[in-house]
Design a protein around this ligand. Structure first.
Ligand code: FES
Length: 115
């Protein structure tokens, strides 16, 4: 069970439980289920509207994560990641802080999601 806290300066923070066992639930799906107004459009990792910043609020180390090619492309277009940073994330096996909510699968870790 993961605790996901959604935060936006225009809204009250909201913390929800995520059942992280299925490895299929995206952050966007979780937000929609909980009526959290994360913006979105394509829901397919192409438009970049669902850009969020994700940080761990867990005692544990971050879990490794590999960005899909689609997500890398959009994050580069949005100016959130450079190719050098992407290469380094691969070497370190660390997730990027910037993510697309429609592409990010919720894992078993407590996170803060700024949208
Ligand atoms: Fe378009 Fe996520 S909704 S990239």
């Amino acid at each position: 069970m993961a605790l996901v806290t959604f935060s936006n300066p225009d809204f009250k923070d909201k913390t929800v439980y995520a059942v992280a066992g299925s490895h299929t639930e995206t952050l966007l799906k979780l937000a929609k289920e909980n009526k959290i107004p994360v913006q979105f459009d394509c829901q397919d990792g192409e438009c970049g509207h669902c850009l969020v910043r994700v940080t761990s609020i867990d005692e544990k180390d971050r879990m490794g994560y590999f960005l899909t090619d689609k997500e890398q492309t959009v994050l580069k277009e949005l100016g959130k990641l450079t190719q050098d940073q992407i290469d380094q994330l691969h070497v370190d096996d660390m997730p990027s802080e910037w993510r697309l909510a429609c592409q990010m699968i919720v894992r078993d870790e407590d996170i803060l999601v700024e949208y």
